[in-house]
Design a protein around this ligand. Structure first.
Ligand SMILES: CC(C)(COP(=O)(O)OP(=O)(O)OC[C@H]1O[C@@H](n2cnc3c(N)ncnc32)[C@H](O)[C@@H]1OP(=O)(O)O)[C@@H](O)C(=O)NCCC(=O)NCCS
Length: 396
């Protein structure tokens, strides 16, 4: 049975910081952030936004794009590493906000930036096994990436969500059953202690852990696919490669590594062709942790000038700690037109630039958000209002 993405939805905050401005404020050459890290703008969520509201907005877009309702959903999973509660999953809030059926398996998954992929793979198996019985799985990757003001990780923050509607009628991407390679290793490259809102990262080590995991997963994929000896550079079997993208330069390093493993003497030469279109949207949003690779996939389908119909895409998902997976899918007819119709580039253009003091004020306010008394504020869309009797209150 076919299984894959029927539709997708994206939510990004309405505000961002220009990284050239941030660099100036930190006394750093703007070229370091913009060219050195490959990020132009970094999304900054407003104080009325959190992992729940971003997830709900992305999910709404994915359901509407497929003409589906909450009644069609039989599995609702949020992959996140910035949850809002130690016990109650983000997905339960989303279920309430969207009116998803009570006949639904609702839970949350965590493994740093890999959490969404873990949920996606589970959903694909659920559909392929026949257990879904025509129902769809709504998998949402939602996070606010936060390293803190003045840290080396500061220019690699961001926030946003990507929702993936998974079913037996994939209209965007059909994933290839059995074609997947995994790699997991206990490492301390990135973590967030229970007492901290900011992540702790051993930045340069995390880059090496990512590349080690990529190599392991890529080799495991080739073994699973069983076609390594067929000649040519292995990664040329893919029309595009979509890497987990905490910042654009990481995708370049990843691609260089893959091509070097293939034996390519000019590992950078194929970068623009195979990877370039997947970085257009991420370079305007920054790191969104679990959703980063899926934002890159949306970027590829939305901005590539090549007709990708019927072609194979390779995807690499990495979660610090660590667990990684290299897998593949085939682009479905009209997929690019469907994603273009979502108007994602226009969505990003409509955002407002924040000054550095405005951004810093939001970062400070987020420190106290969990204890903020709920206020009744009017306005459109899903919004976090604060807490009342230790309960988070949302408006829709
Ligand atoms: C990514 C990270 C490690 C960068 O750390 P840093 O010590 O501040 O930055 P670096 O000195 O390594 O410089 C970053 C890049 O900018 C380049 N650079 C520096 N100044 C530059 C300038 N003026 N113009 C252009 N490029 C410049 C560097 O050469 C380097 O490129 P390279 O990686 O190709 O060598 C840091 O931002 C971080 O910890 N981020 C969070 C962790 C993360 O995202 N990990 C990814 C794996 S999950």
């Amino acid at each position: 049975m076919k299984a894959g993405l029927e539709s997708l939805g994206i939510a990004v905050p309405p505000t961002y910081v220009e990284l050239a401005e941030l660099a100036k404020a930190r006394g750093v050459a703007p070229g370091k952030y913009v060219d050195g890290l490959g990020v132009t703008r970094m999304a900054v969520p407003l104080v009325e936004e959190d992992t729940v509201t971003l997830a709900a907005r992305a999910a709404r877009m994915a359901l509407d794009a497929a003409g589906a309702t909450g009644e069609d959903v039989g599995m609702l999973v949020v992959g996140t590493e910035t949850a809002v509660d130690h016990s109650k999953p983000v997905s339960s809030y989303v279920q309430g906000l969207l009116g998803v059926s009570t006949r639904c398996r609702v839970f949350e998954t965590k493994h740093a930036c890999y959490g969404g992929t873990a949920a996606l793979q589970m959903a694909l198996d659920w559909v392929r096994s026949g257990s879904a019985k025509g129902k769809k799985a709504l998998i949402i990757c939602s996070d606010i990436a936060r390293y803190g003001v003045g840290t080396p990780g500061e220019p690699t923050q961001g926030g946003g969500a990507v929702a993936l509607l998974v079913s037996d009628t994939p209209k965007l991407l059909a994933f290839e059953a059995g074609k997947s390679g995994v790699y997991a290793k206990d490492v301390m490259d990135f973590w967030r202690p229970l007492y901290s809102k900011d992540a702790v990262v051993d930045g340069h080590y995390s880059v090496q852990c990512y590349l080690d995991a990529l190599e392991g997963a890529y080799k495991a994929y080739q073994e699973a696919a069983g076609d390594a000896g067929e000649g040519g550079l292995y990664s040329d079997r893919f029309a595009a490669l979509v890497y987990h993208v905490p910042y654009g330069k990481m995708s370049r390093k990843a691609h260089r590594h893959v091509r070097a493993l293939d034996g390519d003497k000019e590992p950078d030469a194929s970068f623009d062709r195979l990877v370039g279109p997947s970085l257009v949207l991420p370079s305007q949003v920054g790191n969104i942790y679990t959703g980063s690779m899926y934002l890159a996939l949306a970027s590829l389908l939305s901005t590539s000038r090549e007709d990708l119909t019927g072609k194979r895409i390779g995807l690499f998902s990495y979660g610090s700690g660590s667990c990684a997976e290299f897998f593949s899918g085939v682009v479905q007819p009209e997929a690019q037109a469907r994603v273009k119709a979502l108007g994602l580039e226009t969505l990003l253009e409509r955002r407002r630039a924040l000054s550095i003091p405005e951004y810093e004020a939001i970062m400070a306010a987020r420190e106290k958000l969990d204890e903020k008394p709920a206020e009744d504020t009017a306005g459109e869309g899903f919004r976090y209002q604060g807490t009342r009797d230790h309960k988070r209150i949302y408006t829709r």
